[in-house]
Design a protein around this ligand. Sequence first.
Ligand code: RNT
Ligand code: ZN
Length: 421
Amino acid sequence: MSNTNKIKNAYIEAKERYAELGVNTDEVLKQMDKVAISMHCWQADDVTGFENPDGQLSGGIQATGNYPGKAVTIDQARNDYEKAMSLLPGEQRLSLHAIYGDFREGKADRDEIGPKQFQSWVEWAKEQQIGLDFNSTLFSHPKADSGFTLSDNDPAIRDFWIEHVKRCREISEYFGKELNSRCVHNIWIPDGSKDTTVNRFKHRAHLKDSLDKIMDDKRDPKMMADAIEAKLFGIGVEAYTVGSHEFYLSYAVARKMMLCLDIGHFHPTEQVSDKVSAVFQFIPELLFHVTRPIRWDSDHVVTLSDEVRALFEEIVWAEKLDKVNVGLDFFDASINRIGAYVTGVRAAQKALMLALLNPTAKLREYDENGQYFERLALLEETKSMPFSAVWDQYCVEKNVPTGVDYIGEIQQYEKEVLTKR
Ligand code: RNT
Ligand code: ZN
């Protein structure tokens, strides 16, 4: 029997098993297409970008490892994204950072960039038939050396970064219009300090004021939407982070904006999944940075971990699938970077599929009737349902490798392309 037939047969059996629990797997396969994962551009080159290829990554984040094959030109990076996306089922988008502009025709500082530096990205995205998301880059720059950007005490520094973010919002709107697909623009700043800070209030007041100035510049909400990303701490910024969760949660509620929840940006025992149903009571739309923190915000490649599964379950159970934007955020320089992409995106997609395959109607019924033993037992049993048969079927339908087959494809790409760099 051919492999495709084996997969088909396994799927037919799995479909029956899930149907017994009231789950329609054909519907699940259709729903999978409604969520486009926004693949982050920065895994391909360890967050270096093309503005200054020799530049040092700053801002309390770090890509460790020295695996060969890092993309150093814009063409190499695009090749890598194309390769990764060719091995992924379902819909993708690409999330660009401002430092990934096309500077081949001339440098432009952060307060000078505009659609011009991103025109070739739009052309590329049109060819790929994908949407683009965007991120202001407020790190890896001499004007971030004080450790503060939008919240710096020096008004000249704040103005420089305010202008940068305004330009990034213009670029985001341009992406939305050109690609006919709204662009999500995310703002994360590294601001903070290593040791006890007396002027905590002052810096946060500066940040509030800077954000207000930025948002005064009205953009078409159908073409772009802003999200703000909080953080607990960074390397060298252990004592004080200006853009904390409370700060941005309050700002997002007050100004009716999207909040970005990065799974790595909370205390290690805090469950970000539990925040979904809380925050959605007050904020209509969320962005997630799906990542894998190990002990701290280490940005490991996403795997099918309990927390990632719980996150997607909460989104599905809150019936907010159409109100979430799923971005990824990891940068591991110690392994094949394309392999990192494919493994990470697939893990997020698997978590989504597993959440959709839950017998939610039955579970809700048990929940509401106070049948907690039954709820517990059914949740346990779902863990050993034939999920892989549905996943393989999805990959076959999308014409991408099933199971472990993508490992070989990535090894070949490494041999033919990456090792020649
Ligand atoms: C940093 C934030 C942020 C960055 C990217 C590169 O802790 O998570 O999202 O990882 O902007
Ligand atoms: Zn993040």
